[in-house]
Design a protein around this ligand. Structure first.
Ligand SMILES: Nc1ncnc2c1ncn2[C@@H]1O[C@H](COP(=O)(O)OP(=O)(O)OP(=O)(O)O)[C@@H](O)[C@H]1O
Ligand SMILES: [Mg+2]
Length: 318
């Protein structure tokens, strides 16, 4: 299965982007993803401020008590966030800064110690079911039935969400196809898939339910350069054409800069900065002027997706 994505060298120079995020006059959400972008060309989906915010996090805190003799770990400390519908909002921070904990709190996997969270005006504690239908989370710790195939896993998820099996089967094939996983891979046990492929299956599972708020916890970490581009293109497309609002945690600053209209930086569970990438860059001296030289080498020498290589190893049992 070939992907439609055109390899694109990252040429963003962090200091040369005078245009604020989403500042194109009267820009509407694009119908299709452009194949490539010019330097400093911001194409962030315009957030919609007419309804309730897609996500409202107010003074949220979370501590973990691991040892009775020691003080608790304060993982999230009085964090507030507001995302308008259609935004892609980045959460950056070093290991242990609280990104995943925040995502788990928003998705209802952890209970709040303090504060409140609303998703499209629904309180996540009082209106749990409504929120569950609006939200989906993708993380590196994906839970699958490893002996079952991607299709079986995804059909199971579809059933939980009350999605018709026929429709689910069609959509799973379509989504995974566009992520570079061919139909003949869908019948094999998940445990035989590489981590990157499993990540794509996880993304497909999240998208199957057409979430309006998508929580992506390091969706591209550990992916090969081609798979990363596939997933990034998909994130962008889901944002643009399916009107999904996205929270994106990442350690890839170029990724955050490219996709996020706003970025929150966590440190020790606290918000230490929040602004558009351009404004954040103005605040600090940039030390991240990297050119993706290894990625360019990878693209030049492979010129195709790793999935295609794996798929060509031999015929697949159905
Ligand atoms: N279930 C838990 N029990 C105890 N402590 C936890 C738990 N989950 C997270 N923590 C602690 O909370 C803090 C924040 O962790 P978290 O996983 O949210 O960080 P992170 O920013 O996602 O890090 P990374 O970049 O490594 O993914 C860390 O000190 C971590 O050890
Ligand atoms: Mg994490």
């Amino acid at each position: 299965m070939t992907t439609t994505l055109v390899p694109e060298p990252k040429t963003t120079t962090p200091t040369s982007s005078p245009q604020p995020a989403g500042s194109q006059p009267g820009s509407e959400p694009a119908e299709r993803i452009p194949a490539g972008r010019g330097e400093g060309d911001q194409q962030v989906h315009q957030p919609d401020r007419s309804g309730p915010p897609a996500l409202l996090v107010e003074h949220v805190s979370k501590r973990f008590k691991v040892d009775r003799r020691k003080p608790p770990v304060i993982a999230i400390d009085d964090v507030s966030l507001r995302l308008e519908r259609g935004a892609i909002h980045g959460i950056l921070g070093s290991n242990g800064s609280g990104k995943s904990t925040l995502v788990r709190l928003i998705s209802g996997l952890l209970t709040l110690d303090a504060g409140r969270v609303e998703v499209f005006g629904h309180d996540i504690e009082r209106d749990e079911m409504a929120v569950k239908r609006l939200i989906n989370r993708v993380s590196v710790d994906a839970a699958f039935f490893k002996k079952l195939s991607p299709m079986e896993n995804l059909l199971f998820a579809a059933r939980l969400y009350g999605i018709d099996a026929k429709r689910a089967r069609r959509e799973v094939t379509e989504i995974l196809g566009r992520l570079g996983i061919a139909e003949n891979r869908l019948g094999r046990p998940v445990e035989q898939m590489s981590r990157g492929m499993q990540q794509k299956v996880e993304i497909a599972r999240a998208l199957l339910t057409s979430p309006t708020l998508l929580l992506l916890d390091e969706p591209t970490t550990g992916l090969d350069p081609r798979s990363k581009l596939d997933v990034q293109a998909f994130i962008e497309e889901v944002n643009r054409t399916h009107d999904a609002t996205i929270v994106l945690t990442t350690h890839d600053l170029a990724e955050a800069e490219r996709f996020c209209s706003r970025i929150t930086i966590l440190n020790g569970g606290r918000v230490v900065a929040e602004d558009s990438p351009e404004e954040l860059k103005r605040l600090v001296a940039d030390t991240h002027a990297q050119e993706p030289t290894l990625e360019a080498v990878f693209m030049t020498f492979t010129g195709r997706s790793l999935d295609e290589d794996v798929e060509e190893e031999g015929p697949e049992p159905d």
